[in-house]
Design a protein around this ligand. Structure first.
Ligand SMILES: [Zn+2]
Length: 330
């Protein structure tokens, strides 16, 4: 799906499907049946069927908290084979956690989350990580489609305005692209991803995958030559920028980068390098969903499109990522 130009549906007017915390408490937190229905609809969107015998009749076994096939007596738990299958949390606490994570404007720390849910820190961290995986999956289906883009390879934690950004540092580089309706305007959408290095081929690969290009469209970057590789696909402006001038053409892009980096420092203390890719995903998702409505439907769809992710599977994939990037001790 493309982030479309002139997408009128994004205008914020009226309350619409906006869900406040009190709405959530009433509709879900205090209503276990509604929570169960939420996950039931994910598991059996077209109605119950037994995976062993195909029977469509069941009994709900309250004491075992599972669904028993009326024919072959096969028991099935609501969360089995889902991203949250190893969750021991009551359904309303799990859903409340997701609601808090997905609706927090600038994110919520695992410490805050564990206090609010009254669960231990490790449980809160795992829930956060799984929510970030859902955000990452959602991001991967979205592309930019606009007349104007801005892009740069920036570095997490490094100064972003003195013209020496990241050069010679061991900070994590990431590629960021904004789509705007006019040049130097606040962006509609952002896409970003960690990269191993600032290279032409990485930039080309990312743009081909996620950014709609044509000769009539314009891309503003700083004076680096790594973007020249796109010049036969899109108009690239990579003239030297005077960063001391407040109206320079990447002013908003730099603002967003420094906002991202300060969020990492202020809110997510001690983010390790191996975790950064998921934090970038979270930032991208939050930015692009800052006016999001129908959040419960979104969460429902995200879970529906996800697959099992146990603590071990997550750890293994992060180890793999760290090994590829030489971050074993990060
Ligand atoms: Zn059955």
């Amino acid at each position: 799906m493309y982030y479309k130009r002139n997408n009128k549906r994004l205008s914020v007017s009226g309350r619409g499907d906006y869900m406040s915390t009190s709405d959530f408490i009433i509709q879900y937190y205090t209503n276990l049946d509604a929570c169960r229905k939420f996950f039931y609809d994910i598991k059996w969107p077209t109605g119950y069927y037994c995976e062993k015998c195909g029977c469509t009749h069941y009994y709900f076994m309250k004491t075992k908290n599972c669904y028993r096939c009326a024919n072959c007596k096969h028991d099935e738990r609501l969360l089995s084979n889902m991203i949250f299958q190893d969750k021991k949390l009551p359904l309303n606490v799990l859903l409340y956690g997701l609601f808090l994570i997905f609706t927090a404007n600038n994110g919520i720390s695992s410490v805050e989350l564990s206090k609010e849910l009254k669960v231990n820190y490790k449980t809160a961290c795992l829930l956060q990580t799984k929510a970030r995986i859902l955000m990452k999956n959602s991001n991967s289906k979205r592309f930019l489609d606009s007349d104007f883009y801005e892009s740069d390879v920036a570095y997490t934690g490094a100064p972003s305005h003195n013209g020496k950004r990241g050069l010679g540092t061991d900070k994590q580089p990431f590629l960021i692209v904004l789509s705007t309706e006019q040049e130097n305007q606040y962006p509609r959408f952002v896409k970003m991803q960690e990269v191993t290095t600032d290279s032409s081929n990485i930039i080309k690969g990312y743009f081909e995958k996620y950014v709609k290009m044509s000769k009539e469209r314009k891309l503003n970057t700083d004076c680096k030559t790594t973007y020249n590789i796109l010049k036969n696909r899109i108009e690239v402006n990579n003239e030297v920028i005077d960063y001391d001038n407040d109206n320079h053409r990447l002013y908003i892009l730099n603002k967003i980068i420094s906002n991202l980096n300060s969020q990492f420092i202020d809110r997510f203390h001690g983010v390790t390098k191996r975790m950064l890719p998921l934090y970038y995903s979270e930032f991208e998702w939050r930015f692009n969903h800052r006016n999001c409505k129908s959040i419960m439907n979104k969460i429902k769809n995200y879970i529906m499109q996800s697959s099992i992710a146990t603590r071990k599977m997550i750890r293994d994939s992060m180890d793999q990522y760290a090994t590829v990037r030489g971050l074993e001790n990060a």
